[in-house]
Each structure stands twice: as C-alpha cells, then as structure tokens.
Design a protein around this ligand. Structure first.
Ligand code: SAH
Ligand code: F3S
Length: 477
C-alpha cells in the first residue's frame, strides 16, 4: 500500500465550474490537505459566488487564483510552494490577476508569506473567509491584504456551501472546527485555533437539504468529532462556565449522530476523525442502533508504544486503545477500522517500532495512512525534542509498516469475499468504463459491471467474488 492521505492523493485538485450567469469574474480555486480544507473551499466558493466570481478549471483565464493550503507536513508545504512558482509567468502576463493563499499555511506563515512570495497578494486564515470581500477590495486597490485572526466562535454555520467538484452523491458536513488536543507533533491547534462546535440545527438543516438535493452519503467532519459539544456557548473549553440550563441541554457527538440518523433515515452517514481518547462506547452504540450509520471508524493511533504515545501527548495508552477497539468489535460485529501512524517520531527505538507493528496485527486494520515524522516549527515536539531518527531509518520503518498494512488489508478484503454487500454507486471505475465503483458500509471500495437501470447514487446488492489488496470485485445480484 502506498503512503496515502488526501494531501498526497488529491493534492491540487481544482474544482468544477460553478456558474451564475450575471457573474463576470473567474476564480481558480485549488485545495490541498485534509477533507476539512475541501469543505472550507466550498464555503469560500459560496462567499465569492456572491461577489461576482464563477469558478473555472482553466488557470489561464482566472482573475483570482486561490490555493487552500496544508501545513501538516513539510512535504505538503513544499507542494504548495512549487505550485505557486508555476504562477510566476502567468502573473507577469496578467499583472491584474490576484493570487491568494488560504488555510493552514496562511495561518502559520502570516505576513512572512507576503515577504517571501512576491507574487502572493492575499493571505487569509481558516477563520477569516467571511472577510474575503473586504480583503479583495484592498487588493483591487493595489494593496496586499491579510487576515489571519483566529476565532473562538466562527463555524460558518449560516453559509450554505456550494458543492464543488463532487459526484452529487457524497458530501462533507463540518460539525466542529479547531482542536484543543495539543498532540506534540501537530500544527493544527496553531493553524486552526480553539475547538468549537457548530449549532446542531444548522447541521441538521444542511443534512436534510443535501438529501433533498439527491445526496446519498454524508461525512460529518471535524479534527476531533467525538469531542463535539454544543451548549449554545462559544469554545468547548469554556463549557465549565456555562449556565446550569446550558449544561443540562448540551448535545454530545453520540446524540448528534442520533439526531442526524433520524432526520435523514436513508442517508448513509460517516464521520471523521475520531480521537481514541475522546471516543466513547455510546458512539459505537449509535452505529449499532442505526442502519444508516456506516460500520466504519477511522481511529488514528500514531504509535503502538506507550512511551511514544506519552511523548506525543496522545492521552491514552496502548491497552486503552486496544480495549476501545475490542468494545467496538463487540458492539458492532461487522465493524472496520483504519489508522494513521507516524513513523520515526523523536527517540523511536526498534522496540517501539515493533510495538507499532504488533498493535497493527492485533487490530487488523482495513486501511492505513502512514507518514514519516516531519517536525513542524512551533509545535511542542519541535521546541522540546530532537528530530533524531535518521531519514533512512524512518524510510525503512515506514516501508515495513506500509508492507504490513498491505498484508492486513488484503486479508481483510478477503474476509468480505463470498458475501453480498450493499454498495453505494459513487462513480465510474477508473480502469474500466463499463464498471461502477462504490463502497460498502465498512468503506471498502468495490468495482462491478454496470447493469441496465443502475445509476449514480443507487444502493445496490453486490456479490463479492474476489479481491485485490485494496479493492473488492463483485457483480450485482
Ligand atoms: N485529528 C486530525 C488529525 C489531523 S492530522 C484529523 O482530522 O485527521 C492527520 C494525520 O497526519 C495525523 O493523524 C497524523 O498521523 C499525521 N500527522 C500530523 N502531524 C504530523 C507530523 N508532524 N508528521 C507526520 N505526520 C503527521
Ligand atoms: Fe492534531 Fe492531535 Fe488535534 S493530531 S488535530 S492535535 S487531535
């Protein structure tokens, strides 16, 4: 299995055309990084659509180029820098074109961006997208513009995201923003600010509206969905100061799941990302209770060694993680799990590495997203620990972990063979135009021959007769 994460596989995916006939200006918008960035780009496009911009896939004709950026690893930032360099000539030819940087790199580098990258005119952090119309006025007057103020309240709850570049079948719905966890390796708490939850009414309304518009699957998004807590107040960390009434009527993630599942009973529901130290048994019970909540949890662990988990400030032990997995498997017998791993974190020994491998064998993950550790300026690990594992050791350990995940994935996929699965048709197979591709409840990808009468968005019964390492092969019954 390749090292894969959305910022490596979908990097720089430009969005499809969004038209409003009266709009005269053209926006080229590219997203890098996590699903949250893709979801944020839909908010940005929605705001700019009201400001006279239609989106375009052709950068040559753009009046405004925006890159929604990722800071999670050094490599992600390099990718964006390289992409910016490609716009240099274009900017020379079309000096009136505006180039803006959004998202986590904007937040991390702030004014430095305007100094270092001469061609950048606009820098906007993840909580400042509402200010885009004002900022664009400044750039139109020939000034550089920046807003990287982080908010304790902003959830963009009232902005109806325009769905871009999608298949019209699956959509993201953001439920929390920011993160208060402070894992020592992670830049997110610095670039996305304090954690806050979105008003459940607006979440429910968005889900209902997606269903009314033909969507068949939603993924509830947050850095840390299990930490969702709505009490009518501001950031989660101020919950202690809430009134008795607010505390009594507060809504947690499991309750939100329940509400969403009941509101759109035929919509498939997924969520991402769960954090082991905040995920509860109650969430597994909700998965078991509702047929439309998928039997799949992405549960990053980062390492199988208690010593490393502690250095990472993950706030749980190996055993607690394994107990949680066991609970999940008991409550939802057909459940699948996937992981994120960081390989070669500061001081990682061969023994720690073996513990990561043994944990993977014990859990039997369906998939994994594995990364070698990349030190991020400003994070606690960067300040206090040495990035001391040599690059070749990191690479070798990463290769071992990826190979092991490959074996585990293959075994798990084999386990799905010989049974009928409910597959949501999400698109056409890349390899064969006469085949659909979709996923089962456990998130395994399945391809099968098209049959008459089937269309995008249908849920069909597919008998799985074979598999590769990452894909199920089937035929409709
Ligand atoms: N809770 C978040 C995690 C965001 S980061 C979520 O919604 O997914 C996604 C993954 O990137 C992490 O789980 C971790 O495995 C990896 N990652 C984060 N910081 C990293 C770093 N400094 N080096 C390498 N990988 C990192
Ligand atoms: Fe990052 Fe840990 Fe939050 S990985 S996003 S600090 S849960």
């Amino acid at each position: 299995m390749q090292e894969k994460y959305i910022d490596e596989t979908k990097q720089g995916e430009a969005f499809a055309i969004l038209e409003k006939p009266e709009n005269g200006k053209k926006l080229f918008l590219e997203s890098y990084g996590c699903q949250m960035n893709f979801s944020d780009s839909e908010i940005v496009a929605s705001i700019l659509n009201e400001q006279g911009y239609n989106t375009t896939l052709n950068v040559e004709e753009a009046d405004l180029i925006l890159l929604n950026t990722c800071s999670i690893r050094e490599k992600a930032e390099q990718t964006v820098r390289m992409r910016l360099a490609q716009f240099k000539n274009l900017k020379k030819e079309r000096p009136n074109m505006t180039v803006g940087v959004l998202g986590c790199m904007a937040e991390r580098l702030k004014t430095k961006f305007l100094e270092e990258e001469q061609l950048v005119d606009l820098v906007v952090g993840p909580d400042a997208y509402r200010d885009l119309p004002n900022l664009l006025k400044e750039t139109e007057d020939g000034r550089d513009a920046i807003n990287v103020i982080l908010s304790k309240e902003e959830t963009y709850a009232d902005i109806n995201p325009v769905r871009l570049g999608g298949n019209g079948v699956t959509a993201f719905v953001t439920i929390t923003r920011g993160c208060d966890n402070m894992c020592t390796f992670c830049v997110v708490p610095f670039t996305r600010g304090r954690e806050r939850s979105r008003d459940p009414h607006s979440i429910i309304e968005e889900c209902q509206s997606l269903w009314d518009n033909g969507y068949k699957e939603i993924t509830l998004l947050g850095q840390n969905v299990d930490s969702y807590l709505w009490y009518g107040g501001g950031p989660k960390k101020d919950f202690a100061k809430a009134s008795e009434m607010q505390k009594l009527t507060a809504i947690n993630f499991a309750q939100l799941l329940d509400m969403v599942a009941v509101t759109v009973p035929k919509m498939r529901i997924r969520f991402s990302t769960s954090n082991p130290h905040e995920m509860t048994e109650e969430v597994f019970r909700m998965i078991a209770k509702h047929d439309n909540i998928c039997n799949y949890v992405h549960l990053p662990v980062q390492s199988g060694s208690d010593r490393i988990l502690q250095l990472m400030n993950r706030q749980h032990t190996r055993q607690e993680y394994l107990d949680l997995i066991k609970k999940g498997k008991e409550i939802v017998p057909d459940i699948s799990f996937s992981q994120d791993m960081i390989i070669g974190f500061c001081t990682e020994t061969e023994e720690d590495h073996q513990l990561t491998m043994s944990l993977m064998r014990e859990v039997e993950y369906d998939y994994g997203y594995m990364f070698s550790y990349s030190t991020r300026p400003g994070t606690p690990a960067h300040k206090k620990m040495e990035d001391d594992i040599p690059a070749d050791v990191k690479q070798r350990r990463l290769a071992e972990v990826i190979a092991l995940q490959g074996e585990l994935s293959r075994t798990r996929m084999q386990g799905y063979v010989g049974r009928v699965h409910e597959i949501l048709i999400e698109g056409i197979s890349k390899k064969n135009k006469n085949q659909w591709k979709g996923r089962n409840s456990q998130n395994a990808v399945c391809v099968f021959d098209m049959k008459e009468g089937q269309k995008l968005g249908d849920i069909v019964s597919v008998f799985v007769h074979g598999n590769t390492q990452g894909t199920l092969l089937g035929e409709t019954v």
